[in-house]
Design a protein around this ligand. Structure first.
Ligand code: PEP
Length: 252
């Protein structure tokens, strides 16, 4: 059966020292109360090696927030999937809406990133979701379908089984507006039906689909109670150990 996961996305927050302090606090909190779900923290590149070492032996896994769409070479400032893997990180967030909108990441670019992440033994946490105007005009299903088809449905079933999906309606990210649990469930069930159509029921049932968008300690339990919502990708609330832990505890 698929895993329940709570994953943090620190985005461009925390100096190295602040990140180490947050990871240490979280490690201590989770050591005394074993969670009922897998826990991942997504950190900026500069934290990955230090935080991975710090969390060795703990239940918390580490994710990058991005990787390059090229293997290696003259791409100043980029960080390859192989480099991410060499830090000890096991996951890589790919296709976050901030990367799509601020850095022009297209379906094709994201397809390359996913292939390179998989090739280097990283599990992609692949983000999909519609913008406000797309939901208002009832296009959310078409948008999400195109995102899946454009960057993931080239994968074999075996490759796809390493993907974690995160449905993140763009209008809910960092806005305090959360999708209702029914809106999240409708979309997650639809996503699962698309996976079933492409790869069959077994792959679909085994795919973890996270919800992301202003998830917090107050709304997490309601969202996670839905059958197709397998946890959350958490931005703002992952920056405070108590809030992140409270979201993890929603699975208790
Ligand atoms: C995110 O950026 O992935 C996210 C879900 O952010 P927030 O929880 O702050 O809305």
């Amino acid at each position: 059966m698929r895993k329940n996961i709570v994953a943090g996305n620190w985005k461009m927050n925390k100096t190295l020292q602040e990140g180490v302090a947050l990871a240490t606090e979280l490690k201590e909190k989770l050591a005394s109360a074993k969670p009922n779900c897998d826990v991942i923290i997504g950190t900026p590149f500069i934290h990955l090696a230090t935080v991975s070492e710090l969390l060795e032996g703990s239940i918390i896994k580490v994710s990058a927030e991005n990787c390059a769409d090229k293997e290696s070479g003259a791409y100043t400032g980029e960080v390859s999937a192989a480099m991410v893997k060499s830090t000890g990180a096991e996951y890589c967030i790919i296709g976050h809406s901030e990367r799509r909108s601020y850095y022009g990441e297209t379906f094709e670019i994201l397809k390359e990133k996913v292939l390179l992440a998989l090739k280097n033994g990283l599990k992609p946490i692949f983000c999909i979701g519609e913008k406000k105007e797309e939901r208002e005009s009832g296009k959310q299903n078409d948008v999400v379908k195109a995102q899946l088809e454009g960057s993931l449905f080239n994968l074999s079933a075996e490759e796809f089984s390493n993907i974690v999906l995160a449905y993140e309606p763009v209008w809910a990210i960092g806005t305090g507006l959360t999708a209702t649990s029914d809106q999240a469930e409708d979309m997650h069930a639809y996503i699962r039906s698309l996976i079933a159509g492409k790869y069959g029921n077994e792959v679909a049932e085994n795919t973890t689909i996270l919800y992301g968008g202003s998830c917090n300690p107050k709304n997490a339990a309601e969202l996670f109670s839905k059958p197709d919502v397998d946890g959350g990708l958490i931005g703002g609330a992952s920056l405070k150990a108590d809030d992140f832990k409270a979201i993890i505890d929603a699975f208790n």
